[in-house]
Design a protein around this ligand. Structure first.
Ligand code: GRF
Length: 184
């Protein structure tokens, strides 16, 4: 299955997908100069930077992202550490399936602002004994699309946001790859 991967930063989920031997035909970043783009270059995967600043508004940018995926023949788009909400114009331009990996057990600790370490801080502040990973279908409703897979990660009594993030990230890599395989 031809994958398109949307990234914004570090790119460890992108790397896990590539390490698993899955077929990535296009990487799109909304930010220039991020490590995820270096990973794409190193692995010989075509990459595009599609920035808000080069478009009239976020809707125009997202139409551009959807069009680029469609033109590359992408069948499944994967948001792997992509930090923007996709506008309706994206879904109009790209008719394929889009999935996202989120570092909590949605619907807990999802929604606006729940990104990166903020998610794990929220889990710790709530005193949750267990957190985890969710892979879900992306719709216009932020973090609200149908859940495809979840996996649990216990919270340790001495965890801080960074330690929890590290264990959850390892589980993200595993579950994201397994879910993509299950959709192929
Ligand atoms: C991951 O925790 C992902 O779930 C979240 O942002 C992080 C990105 O990590 N949306 P990476 O760029 O894949 O290393």
């Amino acid at each position: 299955m031809r994958l398109g991967v949307l990234v914004s930063g570090r790119g460890s989920n992108l790397e896990a997908i590539l390490d698993a031997g899955l077929e990535v035909v296009l990487v799109i970043s909304n930010r220039a100069g991020v490590p995820a783009l270096d990973i794409a270059t190193r692995r010989g995967v075509p990459a595009k930077v599609i920035r808000r600043a080069d478009h009239a508004d976020a809707g125009a940018r997202d139409r551009g992202i959807g069009t680029a995926l469609a033109e590359a023949g992408v069948e499944l788009a994967v948001l792997a550490g992509y930090d923007q909400v996709l506008q309706p114009s994206y879904f109009a331009a790209f008719g394929g399936r889009t999935i996202n990996v989120h570092p909590s057990l949605l619907p807990a600790h999802g929604g606006r602002g729940m990104y990166g370490l903020a998610v794990h801080r929220s889990v710790l502040a709530a005193g949750d004994p267990v957190t985890g990973v969710t892979v879900h279908e992306v719709t216009a409703d932020l973090d609200g699309g149908p859940i495809l897979a979840q996996s649990r990660v216990p919270v340790a009594s001495d965890d801080h946001a960074e330690s929890l993030a590290g264990r959850v990230l390892a589980e993200e890599h595993r579950l994201l790859v397994a879910t993509i395989r299950s959709l192929s």
